[in-house]
Write a protein that binds this ligand. Sequence first.
Ligand SMILES: [Zn+2]
Length: 182
Amino acid sequence: MIDLDTYLSRFFKLSECVKDDVDELRPEHVSCLTKLSNWVLDPLRVRFGPLRVNSGWRSQRHNDALRARGLGASQTSAHLYGGAADLVSIDGHSPGEMCAWLAMDGKVLPYDQAIDEYRHSAWLHIGIQRPGNIGNPRRQLLAMRVVDGVDTYSDWLESSLGALSDLEVTPTEPQGGGSIRG
Ligand SMILES: [Zn+2]
């Protein structure tokens, strides 16, 4: 019998990462959730404060149900082996802020894939590699937006730089004083 009150890491309890179909939860799922919590969730929690886990481990049935509802669950989702979590910051940090941190200071974290997701609401999906396949994580950072009704993934950094280049930049006249004269 798996005790849902167990702490996986300093900050995360198993009950936060397992919502449904508890009878199908296996020790290997818990082991993977433990790695996810220690390697990735705790450092994000330290940086961004309290985080709500909207979805952690998912049973096949639960994942299939999400797919049927068009809620963006992948057939080979890392949630199925307990290797991913969908996070929302309680203090209002956006998934974009978290991705920007993952691209900079957080780039040492051994995450395999992180996605700045936006459908009806926004969250950060973050996952680690499948058990038995641990090593050289991809650290793939993606943005997901629904474009004309289709889930569209793009490189997060490129899409962020694209958003920046859309801004109007007004050149400022040199004010003098900064120039070097003889
Ligand atoms: Zn997810």
